[in-house]
Design a protein around this ligand. Structure first.
Ligand code: 13P
Ligand code: ZN
Length: 276
């Protein structure tokens, strides 16, 4: 019989967990990942779903995700172990018809529950499903070292983070033309931070959590990992620049960005191209 681990989406999920671990973004149980299954994938895996756990409150209401299936990492589970034993470290969950409860249908074989950031993941999924007409399927949370470091030294403003990160690599405004959002420090794992993050997901594909990490959303695993990687690399360059010479000798100017936008056919909001 076909196993869940033969599914392409499952293999891509496991690979992404390992990629993130190898980048150094997932100390201990840090970070979490979720994938919204395509209807045909959800149908195909039904015979492999060997559990019907109790319906459990999500803690937030996500009616836009009613009856959807997700592959998620487990709470307290280590990304570095996912590749060794996916069945123990991840789960397939099902959302009920109202979007207020979930139940485990497969995985977490040694016990446990989905990531403590499930409210943020599901609220972000609900927003992104709506604004991308169903195309976005991946939500990724990582403890990206340099982005976290920047939240101690830059004002916690979307405009400042977007502009500074764009300036660090020419490709950045092409990869994230809508910019990045920033949420000030909040208690993780609950409804309040989920609401603040998902509100920003209407505008952005990436949201930074001050002194904690980042959330990224995308259509597939490559795109979502690539977005996280691009932003974190840009943050790494910025940290090096700030350490050596905070008053940059030269940089990419607002007019340079406007020329780039015209040639690469992207729209860069003028609010990020302010005079310094
Ligand atoms: P979980 O182990 O519950 O996924 O939490 C890790 C984390 O990064 C919380 O923000
Ligand atoms: Zn975290």
């Amino acid at each position: 019989m076909k196993q869940l681990c033969d599914e392409a989406f499952f293999q891509a999920f496991v690979r992404m967990c390992d990629d993130g671990w190898q980048q150094g973004w997932h100390e201990r149980n840090g970070g979490n990942l979720s994938y919204r299954l395509r209807p045909e994938e959800a149908v195909r895996i039904q015979p492999m779903l060997d559990q019907k756990g109790p319906w459990t409150e999500i803690g937030v209401s996500v009616p836009g995700l009613a009856k959807e299936f997700f592959l998620v990492t487990g709470s307290g589970k280590y990304f570095r172990n996912v590749i060794l034993n996916p069945e123990d470290n991840t789960a397939i969950i099902e959302i009920d018809g109202e979007g207020v409860n979930y139940r485990i249908r497969w995985g977490l074989s040694g016990g446990g529950r989905p990531t403590s950031e499930l409210p943020s993941h599901l609220m972000n999924h609900e927003v992104k499903k709506e604004v991308s007409n169903g195309r976005h399927r991946v939500i990724y949370h990582a403890h990206t070292t340099n982005v976290i470091a920047l939240t101690f030294v830059l004002p916690l403003k979307d405009e400042v983070f977007t502009r500074e990160l764009w300036e660090m690599a020419t490709e950045c405004p092409v990869v994230f033309p809508d910019g990045v959002g920033v949420v000030g420090w909040m208690v993780p794992g609950g409804r309040t931070i989920a609401q603040a993050t998902s509100k920003l997901m209407y505008q952005y594909d990436a949201v930074i959590w001050a002194h904690h990490g980042m959330f990224a959303s995308g259509e597939d695993f490559d795109g979502t990992f690539g977005l996280m990687h691009t932003i974190e690399k840009s943050a790494e360059i910025l940290m090096k620049v700030l350490a050596v010479r905070p008053d940059k000798l030269q940089t990419i100017t607002p007019d340079n960005f406007r020329d780039l936008a015209a040639d690469f056919n992207v729209t860069l909001p003028e609010r990020f191209l302010y005079d310094k």
